[in-house]
Design a protein around this ligand. Structure first.
Ligand code: ZN
Length: 557
């Protein structure tokens, strides 16, 4: 395995005493720290925007504080337009844009699918008999590229590749197709893939969780002093309020459990159990553990990002990670942590409006495939039941009904694009044929055009025929309801920009505010564990984590 050089801290007094301080420094001596770490702990916090990290950074005292004092890239980017969970997680451990991973959205339409349900979930195997979009078999089969854990297994067969998450798609997209163990939350407990057994340790945890889940938390959670100023009710359009909920959740309610810090704390318990059961990080070879903490996203969707709920969650997340790191420290494991997010997020328009941006709005409820399809039918004089447009939501991919003759399809495309473009809330409407001809974007990710961003999550066999992007601060939820008042999914920085943090004992801390990308994570970690990745197989680059003149990247970088 390739040895990785880490810089040696040089004290100022040594520099001051040195008469030839501009000479080439001596090569740092090899030490135990140059050996590969025994465990790569790759953490994704769902919907953890760079804005949240900046907002809470000064308040962290636990695990997040440790990471904030490691190597910090505050402007990491999920560069693509489709800032959803599945595409975002598909970039983190593969070094690749969704255009290459094939994970263009959480769901897409496949009119050629053999089963009656033509809506495909990103992390399912739709060829399994008896399945549909609401009752699927979990699989990473749609992920077209290997993950770091899979690449490591190829060169180091003793290495284990494990994933644990609050969401199946997070675990599957970070772990990939060949995982040695995988657990994810499913209907009140932690489950694994079809045909696999839940190991006794995790089964015991599920048994302990059962009464906790059933009892709920009638007393709620204490509000830390640093959150008290946010504890204020905000009315939501159509009824209901957010902003003053203290997680006093009802018993046996899956949605309420998921949208609370309890989901993360139990996910961490499962991760610790798996570390113990499999002795991860305690063998001869390096293991990879991907950990997806999902409560942040459910809380953001249910209560927005700027209320007391997110503040309590940030505090709990910080403590949960602190506990996990202490657990690893106590075992003496040499571990390396990477933490990032699948996408960012922003607040609900009702509170944004109150807080200095009255332009924030909810999407026009007539902006959807059915209503626009009906207009197109009228415009072109098509049969009333011809359903010319199919889509999974108001934004992103719109598909032309493949049952239409080609000449009609062209007319539908042209008319639908015109109708979509006429909505004042629409920023851009792209023809898939134009995106397909476009090269993948390069250069500073924050300067990419909207078309560049759409291209980065475009994969012709799965993407729509028309791609629709909204203007800034338009929330694509026309009718908010319990659990869903705010969201992400836009091509703007509040949804694209995420922190990327690295920490390992002995790694000298530094901060690099220039933009980097989540596709840079895999090639950055790879040299630490002896994995070589040909540059043409990925979209990212190795980030040098050595604070000094040494480099943690291969020479060709
Ligand atoms: Zn997500």
């Amino acid at each position: 395995m390739r040895k990785v050089a880490l810089s040696v801290a040089v004290s100022l007094s040594v520099l001051a005493a040195s008469p030839a301080f501009c000479e080439e420094p001596a090569a740092p001596e090899a030490s135990a720290e140059t050996a590969p770490p025994k465990l790569i702990l790759a953490i994704s916090i769902d919907q953890f925007s760079a804005d949240l990290f900046a907002q809470y950074r000064q308040t962290y005292t636990g695990g997040m504080k440790r990471l904030a004092n490691g190597v910090v890239f505050p402007s990491g980017y999920q560069g693509h337009a489709a800032t959803e969970t599945c595409p975002g997680h598909s970039t983190i451990m593969t070094g690749s844009n969704p255009a290459r991973t094939g994970i263009i959205a959480n769901d897409w339409v496949d009119q050629g699918a053999a089963r009656a349900d033509k809506v495909i979930y990103c992390a399912e195997d739709e060829t399994q008999p008896g399945t549909d979009h609401g009752n699927y078999v979990e699989s990473a089969g749609h992920l077209l590229v290997p993950t770091l854990g899979e690449r490591l297994q190829k060169v180091s067969p003793a290495s284990r590749n494990v994933a644990v998450s609050g969401k199946d798609r997070a675990a599957l997209m970070m772990g990939g197709n060949t995982v040695d163990a995988i657990y994810f939350w499913k209907k009140g407990q932690f489950a694994t893939l079809k045909g696999r057994t839940i190991e006794p340790g995790v089964a015991k945890l599920n048994a302990e969780l059962k009464p906790v889940f059933a009892a709920g938390a009638p007393a709620g959670m204490p509000v830390p002093e640093s959150c008290a100023h946010l504890d204020r009710t905000v009315p939501v359009k159509g009824g209901g309020t957010v902003g003053s909920y203290h997680f006093n959740r009802p018993g046996g309610n899956d949605g309420a459990f998921r949208a609370s810090p309890a989901l993360d704390s139990w996910t961490v318990k499962v991760a610790e159990q798996v570390i113990d059961d499999m002795k991860l990080g305690q063998g001869k070879a390096t293991d990879v553990l991907s950990l997806g903490l999902s409560a942040n996203d459910y809380i953001g969707h249910a209560f927005g990002t700027e209320g007391v709920e997110m503040c309590v969650q940030q505090n709990a997340l910080d403590q949960a990670l602190g506990g996990l790191f202490a657990f690893l420290d106590a075992k003496g494991i040499d571990y390396m942590v990477m933490l990032t997010a699948d996408h960012g997020g922003h607040d609900l328009p009702e509170r944004i409006d109150m807080q200095a941006d009255p332009a924030a709005s909810r999407i026009d409820p007539t902006l959807n495939a059915d209503d626009i399809g009906a207009t197109v039918v009228a415009d072109l004089g098509l049969p009333a039941d011809s359903k010319p447009l199919l889509a999974r939501g108001p934004i992103g991919d719109y598909y032309l009904n493949r049952a239409l003759p080609d000449d009609v399809k062209d007319k539908v495309r042209a008319d639908a694009m015109e109708r979509l473009s006429a909505f004042p809330q629409v920023a851009a409407v792209f023809d898939a044929r134009d995106l397909a001809r476009r090269p993948l974007p390069t250069g500073p990710v924050e300067e990419w055009t909207l078309e560049d961003r759409a291209r980065a999550s475009f994969y012709a066999p799965r993407s729509g025929d028309i791609i629709v992007l909204l203007k800034k601060a338009v929330t694509p939820i026309a009718h908010p309801g319990p659990g869903y008042v705010a969201t992400h999914g836009s091509p703007y920085d509040y949804d694209r920009r995420v922190p990327i943090l690295f920490w390992r004992k002995g790694l000298v801390q530094f901060e690099q505010p220039l933009s980097v990308r989540t596709v840079d994570i895999e090639p950055t970690l790879a040299p630490f564990v002896g994995v070589t990745i040909p540059a043409d197989q990925i979209d990212g680059r190795c980030l040098d984590l050595d604070a000094g003149p040494g480099s943690t990247c291969p020479a060709q970088n």
